[in-house]
Design a protein around this ligand. Structure first.
Ligand code: AMP
Ligand code: GLY
Length: 422
């Protein structure tokens, strides 16, 4: 079989790496891919316009592609799956209608309310005046969220009313998030520990994948602005067996049933971002795709075939499908360009020292090959991922790998995984 992965991040490198190990897979194509996917054996980058369903369909027909997996949210929300299905392409991902769960926070909060899915109290506003008025009536900290897609950066946690005003001005006046900020959700601040609960969904069938925990804040100790994610580990010990069942019963099942009731049955990876406090769970957000960087440690632990899993979802045979996991733990540390999630420089030469490949994998994100040299091309540049019999060993292996990578302005959090090690 030949596989096509759409996207260019660390998530797509990890998905491609996993597919390339499959004995039934000849070739994995990634469009547009990154420096890492161009270097790995069995993987080839393709330069095509990933917004254009005709270009993707042509590539599929030319290369005998049996399965397309869409990585990032933007093409999903824009309806690439609907367009490819019309062209009879075998594609794994949700429709535009189902992807609204991530594409609009106002929509998703209303959906949670309608289907009694636990979440923070909230209100939605279309203009700055009424949003400012609302700030006078609430307690702080509060959370202000741009409605649309903002690469994980559209959520502002405000400690005081003046921070709240500043956030609203950024969104409504300075247009910091473009049209994603035409509406805002203002919701109660929730305390607790976060976990990422990601499943493969096909209609009512749900196969939960291994649990994981991301680190959204830019700096150590969960300080600084929110990012797309600075590191992740799997499994997440906070998700006990009891909580797992509760999440399936109170979050995942009502969500997939609600989607069916709304006429937007789900196919694809479905990701619930949860806040957990004791035995109380609340949904912070849903994503209509795999997490980045959660994919990287999760793929290191998946023993059975990712391709077979996606095909089972497409072919409505998920109910009888078995997934096997390694009992090992995995930990991924993001190496970013200094300044991320704000402005940062690119085109920095990368040096990767010779290192043991045992128990580690260096997933690339913002890298490219330029004049035969690997250079940086994005904010999140790598995810150095390690495995081990316990989280402490996986963490040590990941950080050993981090120490082998250098480029000007390389930064990384030093505490990825600490929360899972007691
Ligand atoms: P979201 O994109 O909605 O998941 O928000 C991004 C990040 O902001 C989350 O992963 C949390 O770290 C934080 N966050 C979002 N909503 C809340 C909330 N209601 N209370 C506390 N933190 C939140
Ligand atoms: N790591 C968080 C996300 O993928 O949204």
């Amino acid at each position: 079989m030949n596989i096509l992965i759409i996207g260019s991040g660390g998530r797509e490198h990890a998905l491609a790496w996993k597919c390339a190990q499959d004995q039934n897979v000849n070739k994995v194509f990634v469009a547009p891919g990154n420096g890492g996917t161009s270097l790995d054996q069995g993987i080839e980058n393709l330069k095509i316009d990933i917004k254009n369903a005709d270009s993707i369909a042509n590539i599929c027909n030319q290369n005998g592609i049996d399965l397309v997996i869409i990585g990032p949210e933007q093409p999903l929300v824009d309806g690439i799956v609907d367009d490819l299905q019309l062209k009879n392409i075998n594609v794994f991902g949700p429709s535009a209608k189902a992807s609204r769960l991530e594409g609009s926070k106002a929509f998703s909060k209303e959906f949670f309310k309608k289907y009694k899915i636990p979440t923070a109290n909230y209100a939605t506003f279309n203009d700055i005046e009424s949003a400012l008025d609302h700030l006078k009536d609430i307690s702080f900290p509060t959370v202000i969220k741009a409605d649309g897609l903002a690469a994980g950066k559209g959520v502002l946690i405000c400690q005081t009313i003046s921070e709240g005003k500043k956030a609203l001005e950024e969104i409504f006046v300075d247009n910091a998030f473009g049209s994603a900020g035409n509406k805002v959700v203002i919701e109660d601040f929730l305390e607790g520990e976060e976990a990422s609960f990601i499943a493969v969904v096909s209609g009512e069938e749900i196969i939960p994948l291994a649990t994981s925990q991301d680190h959204k804040a830019a700096y150590d100790g969960d300080k600084g602005p929110n990012t797309g994610g600075m590191g992740a580990y799997s499994p997440a010990p906070i998700v006990t067996d009891e909580l797992h069942k509760k999440i399936m019963d109170e979050v995942m099942s009502p969500t997939v049933k609600g989607l069916i009731a709304e006429g937007s049955s789900y196919l694809g990876f479905l990701y619930a971002g949860l806040m957990i406090k004791d035995d109380e769970i609340n949904v912070l957000e849903f994503n209509c795709r795999f997490g980045d960087p959660e994919t990287q440690p999760i793929m290191m632990r998946l023993e059975s075939s990712l391709v077979e899993l996606c095909l089972a979802a497409i072919n409505n045979t998920l109910g009888s499908h078995q997934v096997r996991w390694s009992s090992n733990h995995a930990c991924g540390v993001v190496i970013a360009s200094e300044g991320y999630p704000g402005n940062y420089e690119t085109d920095k030469e990368v040096i990767i020292n010779n290192h043991s490949e045992d128990d580690v994998k260096l997933f690339h994100a913002g890298t490219k090959i330029q004049d035969n040299q690997l250079v940086t091309s994005g904010g999140r540049v790598f995810c150095a991922t390690g495995t081990g019999a316990d989280l402490a060993t996986a963490q040590k292996n990941a950080y050993n790998l981090v120490s082998e990578i250098s480029f000007e302005g390389a930064v990384n959090r030093k505490d990825i995984g600490n929360k899972g090690i007691s």
